[in-house]
Ligand binder design. Structure first.
Ligand code: GLN
Length: 264
């Protein structure tokens, strides 16, 4: 039997910054290299989609303007998204997408409502937080509670590397766990503390750059969760030759450790 998974790419026309699309390419490639068929459905403002048939949601980052354009449409999908996340739907949301999966984003001029999948809210700070980021998830990954699956990331020592550029500062409530803790960079609140958020199989992060190509194990983790969502079983994904990806990961680590982070 050919394994088939479905990914809904939310608002690709308005929410796509700093190589966010690379995440989709990575998921598609890592599935196809293992003979898994990943169908990708683009969902823009006004498009209809049955989320029961979807295994993975992706929402990239966006400028405040882009976030404003999609917010009303996203709100219409709030109940359905929440219901499916509670039933194990996997979601990866980046930066502006992460902010709108929380309760709201208060910009300098207005409050953009979010859908509250994450118990979090975001307020624009005085400075833009820009730079390369290294996140340690070794402690936080013990606290995640992926929906309907006991699978946890295989590499508990794992770090995530990426690039952040945001004005918003995101504060997590008690129902949302951090994705990890900053080793280098600013993170959710700009203070070098925690980074991202996790609720069931929904992940939010400020890491662009792109996230998944340079952190291939995390891509595989999402694919495994998506498989569980569809087939109610764990999958032992075939190992791939990740030499190039791991070199990219190491290069990003070195760059983050040597480069300066700036806030303007
Ligand atoms: N507009 C949001 C902010 O500035 C999100 C930016 C982004 O997605 N990179 O905080």
């Amino acid at each position: 039997m050919k394994i088939k998974l479905t990914l809904a790419h939310l608002y690709p026309d308005n929410m796509n910054l700093y190589g966010d699309l690379g995440n989709i390419v990575t998921l598609e490639k890592r599935c196809s290299w293992r003979q898994i068929d990943l169908e990708i459905i683009k969902v823009n403002v006004g498009d209809s989609i049955d989320l029961e048939k979807v295994d993975l949601l992706f929402l990239g980052g966006g400028q405040d303007q882009g976030q404003k354009i999609i917010a009303t449409d996203l709100l219409k999908r709030k109940e359905e998204i929440q219901k499916e996340i509670d039933r194990g739907l996997v979601a990866l949301t980046i930066c502006g997408g992460f902010q709108l999966f929380g309760q709201y984003f208060q910009t300098k001029t207005e409050k953009i409502p979010g859908i509250g999948v994450f118990d979090s809210y975001t307020v624009a700070g005085e400075k833009r937080l820009i730079g390369n980021v290294v996140v340690d998830i070794s402690k936080s990954s013990q606290e995640w509670t992926p929906g309907f699956n006991h699978f946890t990331p295989k590499d508990k020592r794992a770090t995530l590397v990426g690039f952040e550029n945001h004005s918003g500062q995101t504060i997590l409530g008690s129902k949302c766990k951090p994705l990890g803790y900053i080793k280098k960079g600013f993170g959710n609140r700009g203070d070098g503390g925690y980074e991202g958020g996790v609720y069931k199989n929904a992940f939010g992060t400020y890491l662009h750059g792109s996230l998944l190509p340079k952190n291939p194990w995390f891509a595989d983790y999402l694919i495994s969760l998506a498989y569980f969502r569809r087939y109610h079983d764990n999958i032992d994904l075939a190992l791939l030759d990740d030499q190039i990806e791991l070199e990219a990961h190491r290069a990003a680590l070195t760059r983050a450790e040597t480069a300066k982070t700036v806030s303007i």
